[in-house]
Design a protein around this ligand. Structure first.
Ligand code: ZN
Ligand code: ZN
Length: 380
């Protein structure tokens, strides 16, 4: 039976906040708790599934991996196919790598699991909208081909450590105490290599720059992480490799600001267009142009919505909206003639109120009449 989607298990949307997920989990856990449903196998199953789903979705890192690869992300081989070695045209922005940031160790294994790696990838807002395939080059350690990662010279095998008989630990009695410590001969691995492989000096791993193909999903957001399972550093002597985490940073855009799936754009318009109405063309994130009608008497800060012109949603959710914030631009660098015309215009303005008709500047007149009341009150 196919495993149920974790979001469906908790009955939440994929874009739910951490808080919503927590609430949904609590509700399910209460509903299906074994104490309340004694002998009900179906309820017990649901209780377990909710726990499993919450375990992944409450962890930002695991959730990002799940969003990207689904259940496969946690089945030991989470996709992100390893490309061949060779030149990638991508700028080398490898920033830092650090070992073992998850602090995990393979349960039961003596040889330690390889370190996780972090790769910082900066992409443009356009790329975040469209999604893209990219190649990254990661300096890492990979299994030594000569010895297939065993560390032993070709044709030889690692042998069981004589000091600890393969247990990896030795015990020593001191008075009343028995102290168990890591075997000093094999460093806990339980095996020793009599003739080490020359290419990797017996470690089973060599340094190499790996080229990987990475799929950046549409609608990805700043700070999201993509996990490439098994693409971290090689583990010691045949132990499983670590994972590679790609940290996405979305760069600033010269015209657009983003908030989730929505895009905001401040559009300056000439004073005359604002007063008389008209239309302007604005660019949108998908490269198309959108014609926007400016209403007569538009003010700075007037917001207009272009439905469905925002960012692609994650997981194929619908597109967000684009919001245009008008900014009326006061004319500058006027010629003498233009100034004279504006002065003429100003002279046509009649005092409002007593039979003067509708105000041409109701906002400023309202402000200054209130200010006058304030001053009058103060002089009373
Ligand atoms: Zn080797
Ligand atoms: Zn040993």
């Amino acid at each position: 039976m196919a495993k149920q989607d974790f979001y469906d298990v908790l009955g939440v949307a994929q874009n739910s906040s951490a808080d919503e997920i927590k609430k949904a989990y609590r509700k399910k856990a209460m509903q299906y708790h074994p104490d309340r449903n004694q002998g009900d196998d179906a309820a017990e199953q649901k209780f377990k599934e909710a726990g499993e789903a919450y375990d992944i979705l409450k962890d930002e890192q695991k959730r990002a991996a799940y969003d990207q690869y689904g259940h496969a992300a946690f089945e030991g081989n989470g996709g992100g196919g390893g490309g061949g070695f060779g030149g990638g045209g991508f700028a080398d922005i490898f920033d830092e790598m650090f070992g073992d940031f998850s602090g995990r160790q393979q349960a039961g294994g003596r040889a330690s699991r390889g370190s996780d790696l972090r790769y910082n990838l900066e992409i443009s807002l356009d790329d975040a909208h469209r999604g893209r395939e990219t190649r990254i080059r990661v300096p890492t350690s990979v299994n030594c081909e000569t010895c297939s990662g065993s560390g032993a010279k070709k044709g030889t095998q690692p042998s069981t450590c004589g000091t600890c008989q393969g247990h990896g630990k030795v015990r020593a009695s001191q008075g009343f105490f028995t102290i168990e410590r890591t075997c000093p001969t094999c460093h806990g691995e339980g095996r020793v290599i009599a003739s080490p492989c020359g290419d990797c000096s017996g470690t089973g791993a060599v340094r190499k720059e790996k080229t990987l193909e990475v799929t950046i999903p549409e609608g990805v957001e700043d700070g999201m992480r993509i996990r490439l399972s098994g693409e971290g550093e090689a583990g010691g002597r045949g132990a499983p490799p670590g994972d590679l985490y790609i940290f996405i940073a979305v760069g600033a855009h010269p015209l657009f600001q983003r908030d989730g799936a929505d895009i905001f754009c401040a559009v300056p318009i000439p004073m005359t267009t604002a007063a008389l109405g008209g239309s302007v063309e604005v660019p949108s994130i998908d490269g198309s142009r959108a014609k926007v009608t400016i209403p007569v008497g538009a003010q700075s800060g007037h917001r207009m919505r272009l439905r469905g012109k925002g960012m692609s949603g994650l997981h194929g959710e619908g597109r967000g909206d684009m919001y245009i914030d008008l900014q009326v631009e006061t004319p500058v660098n006027l010629t003498k003639e233009q100034k004279a015309k504006l002065q003429d215009f100003q002279d046509t303005l009649k005092p409002t109120g007593k039979g003067g008709g509708k105000s041409t500047s109701p906002e400023s007149e309202g402000f200054f009449s209130k200010a006058k009341e304030l001053w009058d009150d103060l002089t009373d």
